[in-house]
Design a protein around this ligand. Structure first.
Ligand code: NOJ
Length: 739
């Protein structure tokens, strides 16, 4: 009886919620329509354009006179403008001088922080700490929101297995499951529960879609993959971000299935709106509408605009195509009024949700800006994420952690560069505000215990500093070489044909090795690199990515064991470029490497198949033991669940964190299935000697995929289940999915 009553109560509450929600929705639609009704066609098109201010340059063209456009109702949205004072000035023009008084959206690439810069996104992903990642986005959002910005062009949800592509630094790595969790966490962080809150901003899911798979890793290049791969591997993170409530989506520069994304009805309408149920607005990437002429699907910009509006693009970033041609196309009957009205409705709706009609200056509060930017709590959060993002790749003879008072020689130009610590897309981050690695090491270990010599530049052939570096290193107990890529080698338009460490840095490392002292490499980079030489030369390698404003301190704390590293790779590190693309969820092929035939199998004649460091890999200053896996059942039924448990023990001498990872393999399918797929992970902390159980729950929906006939669902049969500390070293068992 009690049960029935409770069920009825729940149903009633749910119905009431849905009704009040739809009442709210209806009220919102009513408000939007009341504005739309008063607008001229020119003013409507004005809402459908986005122009860059001249405060930052993030693309090839700049339009002059955007302030006049705002005044005339020809521009409803601005990006690359920030600070409370400047955005207030522009907003004032929109709401006090334009006829319709419609407030502006202010967009900016707040990618891994606004003023307080967090590690690059690839680095954040290696923390596998969803709460920390959400917090990072929340901090970035609240700082941006205090600086006049109400819209960030993030999260980037592009899966990538392409280290040559510079933008892997902006993503969450190669895995669709982890990528989805991170995409959702970042949307929650930026948008919070209420877009109208003064601490939250609008998120933008980008780049829709498939941008992370450019052929040969060359940015903006053609993307070509099967629809099944797209749906099963590349789509899930975008979907997760939309399910988490993201209200804007950015198209990508690339073509997919032969059609540039900014003109793809399949992507923007069939997939995005119909299949994923997206209710927000779609903006192009920077001039990508115009670029459809270069792609060769439109004879001129006017035709490109037609393709875009018909595909489902609501807003033109920087291209001036809608501004120049849309009005005439409507007047000529080529574009229906309804298309324009729907697009403007979607944009105005978001402006209402952001609270801009309530108070257009909501995001332009100088007092709040002073309070928020670089607040102690934000710096603390950035330090926390930076430490969690570092991955210990090698640690021979317990070289790390360093002991306080040890004499160390620090070598490398990157050790004194604060600019490089910030990485690409540093938003409003200020490298004059921060301390370098050498400064922080000296503050911790004492001036006289930390000697420094640059040795060589990050890029270039100059070896004239080698001798001084070697002399300095000779005087030390341990050598710390800070090496890798400079910040400008990552991000947009930074593809490389080599994934080696640039310049003569490795040559210097080789010469330092001759001193026979322990060498710690602190590696800064935005992509997986070929570290095959460096792993033989260094005693320890700590991957620190581009760790942000608090990077110097975070590195110091990890090197000296104040924090025990816990990061795990989210992209496979190959042995050489020839192995690329290489990723853990590969297919088995008909001639896998383990067949006994000496010749005719899927392998190289000059390199092993396996990577240098697999997906999920990362060491700690302690060690962990995994028990065998216990399953709650050997048969997973259609509506059932299966629990897989391991007992974890910290077998080392200090407290440590471990990311316990659970993978499955579908052994026989109507189409071939990956050899492993991540299905769960948990980051746990164990004191020395402590043990605890970790349990993963597997339900049938987690095993669904696009089957032979392209329907989405499961197939009964045998599965393997693996649990381990990376995708290679795992315990293994099996279960059956039954119908
Ligand atoms: C082009 C980039 O692809 C995109 O990620 C960015 O948001 C825009 N430029 C705006 O800066």
């Amino acid at each position: 009886m009690k049960k029935i009553f409770l069920t009825l109560l729940t149903v009633t509450i749910l119905m009431a919620c849905t009704q009040s929600q739809s009442k709210e929705e209806a009220a919102l639609d009513h408000k939007v329509d009341s504005v739309l009704r008063l607008m001229t066609l020119d003013e409507k098109i004005g809402q459908m354009v986005l122009y860059s201010s001249d405060w930052d340059v993030t693309g090839p063209t700049l339009k002059k006179g955007y302030i006049d456009d705002i005044r005339n109702g020809n521009c409803g949205n601005i990006f690359n403008a920030y600070t409370a004072a400047y955005t207030r000035k522009l907003q004032k023009v929109a709401v006090e001088e334009s006829r319709m008084h419609i407030p502006l959206l202010f967009g900016y690439d707040v990618i891994h922080g606004h003023k307080t810069i967090f590690p690059i996104c690839l680095g954040e992903s290696t923390s596998w700490d969803l709460k920390a990642i959400e917090k990072s986005a929340r901090v970035a959002g609240s700082e941006a929101a205090a600086s006049g910005i109400n819209w960030t062009f993030a999260p980037m949800c592009d899966i990538s297995v392409e280290p040559r592509w510079g933008r892997v630094s902006e993503g969450a790595g190669e895995d669709p499951y982890l990528g989805s969790k991170i995409a959702a966490a970042r949307v929650r962080g930026f948008q919070g529960n209420d877009l109208g809150d003064t601490l939250t901003i609008l998120a933008c899911v980008k780049h829709f879609a498939g941008y992370g798979a450019p052929l040969a890793g060359r940015d903006y290049n053609t993307v070509d993959m099967s629809e099944r791969v797209f749906l099963d591997t590349y789509l899930p993170p975008y979907k997760a971000a939309i399910d988490a409530g993201a209200m804007s989506v950015m198209t990508s520069f690339n073509e997919l299935f032969g059609v540039p994304a900014s003109g793809s009805h399949y992507l923007l309408t069939d997939i995005l709106r119909t299949k994923l149920g997206f209710k927000g607005f779609v903006v192009t990437d920077y001039t990508s509408m115009n670029e459809m002429v270069n792609h060769g699907v439109a004879a001129n910009e006017a035709d490109a605009g037609l393709l875009s509006i018909k595909a489902g693009v609501d807003m033109d970033m920087q291209g001036e195509v809608y501004f120049k041609y849309l009005k005439k196309q409507v007047q000529d009957g080529l574009v229906a009024d309804k298309m324009i009205n729907d697009a403007v409705r979607r944009i105005l709706r978001v402006k209402f949700m952001l609270g801009l009609f309530r108070d257009p200056y909501l995001y332009c509060n100088e007092a709040r800006e002073k309070r928020e930017l670089y607040s102690p709590a934000h710096l603390e959060a950035a330090l926390d994420v930076a430490k969690k993002s570092m991955v210990l790749l090698k640690n021979e003879n317990h070289t790390l952690p360093l002991r306080k008072g040890e004499k160390i020689a620090v070598i490398g130009e990157l050790a004194t560069s604060t600019r490089d610590l910030l990485g690409s897309w540093k938003a409003a981050g200020d490298w004059n505000f921060m301390k370098s690695i050498v400064d922080e090491l000296r503050a911790f270990n004492g001036e006289s215990n930390v000697m420094y010599s640059p040795g060589c530049k990050t890029n270039g052939e100059d070896r004239s500093g080698f001798a001084a570096a070697i002399t300095t290193a000779r005087k030390a107990d341990k050598i710390v070489v800070v090496m890798g890529e400079s910040a400008d080698m990552s991000g947009e338009a930074t593809s490389r044909t080599s994934i080696n460490i640039p310049g003569v840095q490795t040559e210097l490392l080789q010469q330092l090795k001759a001193l026979n002292k322990p060498i710690v490499v602190v590696l800064m980079n935005g992509r997986p690199l070929d570290l095959s030489k460096e792993t033989t030369l260094a005693t320890s390698i700590l991957e620190v990515w581009f760790p942000g404003t608090m990077g110097g301190k975070a590195i110091t704390q990890v090197l000296f064991g104040e924090y025990n590293p816990s990061g795990k790779l989210t992209m496979t590190f190959p042995r050489n470029l020839g192995q690329v693309p290489i990723y853990y969820y590969e297919k088995n092929t008909g001639r896998p490497i383990y067949i006994p035939d000496p010749k005719y199998k899927s392998r190289y004649i000059d390199s092993p198949n396996d990577p240098l460091f697999p997906f999920g890999f990362g060491l700690s200053y302690t060690t962990f033991a995994y028990s065998d896996i216990r399953l709650s059942t050997k048969e997973l039924s259609d509506k059932g669940e299966l629990k897989a448990t391991v007992n974890m023990t910290n077998t080392g001498g200090v407290t440590g964190e471990e990311v316990v990872q659970c993978y499955v393999r579908d052994l026989v399918g109507s189409v071939t299935r990956p050899v492993k797929e991540l299905k769960g992970f948990e980051k746990i902390t164990l004191k020395a000697g402590e043990n605890r159980n970790v349990t993963f729950t597997i339900t049938p929906d987690m095993l669904a995929f696009h089957r032979l006939d392209m329907t989405y669902g499961t197939e009964p049969g045998d599965y393997k289940l693996f649990i381990g500390g990376n995708s290679r070293d795992v315990k293994e068992t099996g279960f059956k999915l039954v119908k």
